[in-house]
Design a protein around this ligand. Sequence first.
Ligand code: ADP
Ligand code: MG
Length: 470
Amino acid sequence: MTSNRTPAPAAGASFAALPLGDAMQANLAQLGYTEMTPIQAAALPLMLAGNDLIAQAKTGSGKTAAFALGVLNRLDTRDFAVQAAVLCPTRELAEQVAQELRRLARAEENIKILTLCGGTPLRPQADSLAHGAHIVVGTPGRLMDHIERGTLSLAGIKTLVLDEADRMLDMGFFDDIAYVAKQCPAERQTLLFSATYPEGIGKLAQRFLRNPKEVKLAERHDAAKIRQRFYEVRDDERLHAVGQLLAHYRPASTIAFCNTKAQCRDLLEVLHAEGVEALALHGDLEQRDRDLVMIQFANRSCTVLVATDVAARGLDIAQLEAVINVDVTQDPEVHVHRIGRTGRADQAGWALSLASLNEMGRVGAIEAAQGTEFEWHKLSELAPAPGGPMLAPMVTLQMLGGKKEKIRPGDVLGALTGEAGLPGTQIGKINVTDVFTYVAVDRDIAPQALRALNEGKVKGKRVKARYLTD
Ligand code: ADP
Ligand code: MG
């Protein structure tokens, strides 16, 4: 993979600098798109030159128009084969993308764009496909359904777009994406757009992109976004202090690092006694239990993860609002690694550390390594913030049936958003394991979602679901 860290993108540059037709230029002006957004300025020249591309920029930065212009530029309207496919995580997002594509496609006559998402019957979609379409926008599962039934061929694809790639990975769509990508000609252009850059993106890019250029507009580790505070504690008040920090800062997602397994176990007990929903990850767990803990923490149905450094290695968690150092590490590099897990992308994060008098030597070593002096605060300043008990934003539903039953994430998403009519925006990560499927849903709609699964059908079959914890 050739890395092409964005130079300074010419934010505000005019679209006129791009090799686009007159009709398109006029249409852009009519839409009020006078200047390129930074991601457009950085990505469009690379895309129009035919490169595969990985583009990362925060939500609302104009990624849709960026890839839409790339897609439209390669289109031959006289050819009625499907020439571009845009994969999106949910129906809502697919509709938004199709809408933006249609606005931009007005420059040319007769460009046909179809959305193909689950939750609606296949037949009318198949009929529309039979009439010919230039661009299809949809969820990976539904595209796969059409391919399997022979109602969609991707043999004529020139551009494949993976939009909101991070979210598609969240929802467990890797295998479905792989299936769809395999149906496209090898000499296509592939464009990957994402708001964040979790490790999975690299894997995705390696599998499906060819010598991609990379355009990143937000650094993953941004030291300036990490707000570090130290609290002096006595050893006998340390574990209780973790609860005080949580009650005061109310981070939606926290990893509390301990130096030993024993400390993890003790902390977990104290937190549970204080009514905090926490889970622990340490070396004594069996792989199955470890996976379950990870599923719940990553899907935001558990707010606090208590872990040793070894257990947390390789965890790929986006959106961590806080890291708490329950113990100070001996190795300054480990400290930097721990706190680097917060303050990512466009979000600020807290790095809160507890230190007793006999740990001051270690704190000094970390200060020296980081070249800063830390800010000290007192435990007595901490007061519980309003809002009552801290509940995780999501709830995990466990459904009997998984890979062995050939359940795919899209089947579950379809069951919840289709007949049941729940909004895709309130459905979180979907994890399909061998015998179970786990789906995170917004706490607000958890009872409806549970009812929808138990009373409806998934893949045409009745299923059993329950809350994973309660
Ligand atoms: P993202 O996919 O990065 O989250 P969107 O593609 O949805 O963001 O774009 C956000 C908004 O910005 C949309 O309403 C879109 O119409 C608008 N937009 C995109 N490009 C431009 C531009 N060059 N000038 C003005 N508005 C733009
Ligand atoms: Mg987008």
